[in-house]
Write a protein that binds this ligand. Sequence first.
Ligand SMILES: Nc1ncnc2c1ncn2[C@@H]1O[C@H](COP(=O)(O)OP(=O)(O)O)[C@@H](O)[C@H]1O
Ligand SMILES: [Mg+2]
Length: 425
Amino acid sequence: MNILLLGSGGREHALAWKMAASPLTDRLYCAPGNAGIAREAECVALDPADPAAVILFCRSASIDFVVVGPEAPLCVGIVDDLEAAGIKAFGPSRAAARLEGSKGFTKDLCRANAIPTAAYERFTAAAAAKAYVHARGAPIVVKADGLAAGKGVVVAQSVAEAEAAVDMMFSGALGDAGAEVVVEEFLDGEEASFFALCDGETAIPLTTAQDHKRVYDGDRGPNTGGMGAYSPAPNIDAAMSARVMAEIIEPTMRAMRAAGTPYKGVLYAGLMITREGPKLIEYNVRFGDPETQVLMLRLMSDLVPALLASRDGQLRSFDLRWYAEPALTVVMAAKGYPGQYARGTAIEGLDAAAAVEGVEIFHAGTRAEGDKIVANGGRVLNVSAVGKTVRQAQKRAYEAISLIRWPDGFCRHDIGWRAIERETT
Ligand SMILES: Nc1ncnc2c1ncn2[C@@H]1O[C@H](COP(=O)(O)OP(=O)(O)O)[C@@H](O)[C@H]1O
Ligand SMILES: [Mg+2]
């Protein structure tokens, strides 16, 4: 098959790496891609947000299957557009992508189907939202309804902080995403990311991961898109996984189907494991970044037939196999990220780093300049490794990082600490 992958980050590099290894893949293209993806796929200068251009390219390159990486094109309906043009595509329809595109939509779905989640209310004006904040007290969580690239959630420790968040969102600071707000109960527990592959009717569990969102060691500093991740999540055993499927994923699949908007694609549940059990924090309608980088390192089976089975409604008798060994990824970011940072700084030593045993380097934001690799984004590299233990995977990743010469980059030095602490006790 000729396959087109849409996106340009570390998630897409990991997907491209896995898909390029499939015997089903004839030609693999990626739009727009990056310098690392260019080793696995032919990169094409296309905007994934321009469906007409994507369709035109699919026709000219005889594309049989399109795999959509990021959420933005899914939420505006790229899969509907492609399918209407007769091109098979992996991912949810626009209507089904509301599970990520509107937090209020998902909260209402949880309420209507008794899916465990934080108590909440939806608001379209500041006064009522603040009255609810006062009635409930702090800590409390304020969320913009729409897509906000990780900037739409404030976990407020005081009523004043929650009120400021409500004002910020309704002031238009987040654009349309903040036109509606969800205020919800603070959940106490440990987070985990749970991935399921869905075909509209059947959902099969993939595996789990945990990530580090804060920019500095010790999980301090501002939130980022993710500074590292590891898989599996040590707080999800087989029994917990079965509960998540039965209490969260399966009722969601039934509800989406009953509404005439069956869910296809990857369903990524952000969970809080509380004393009462798993609760849904949010859904994402695509693979996680950087979680996909560790998922792909642990996936033994061919990815391409699984994505096709999701599109074709054929997951009922599908079986995916995983390596038991954990995987870990450390994000190298440009100095200044998640604030202002420079582009175009040179990165050296990547070949030596990639030669460390068990290591795979996925590019997140890079560009080739002649035969040099330069930074081209905030999150730039995902230095990833497998190991017999999380500790060994971590040791290998940091050994590789020590061989990378990029004075303008930085990383956290404690990715995986929670899992390693568990391994030692
Ligand atoms: N109800 C909640 N209780 C405690 N922490 C929360 C709650 N909701 C969100 N968070 C924290 O905020 C983070 C971001 O929230 P999330 O709903 O996943 O939004 P997004 O990923 O779209 O920014 C979560 O990963 C979690 O750490
Ligand atoms: Mg989230």
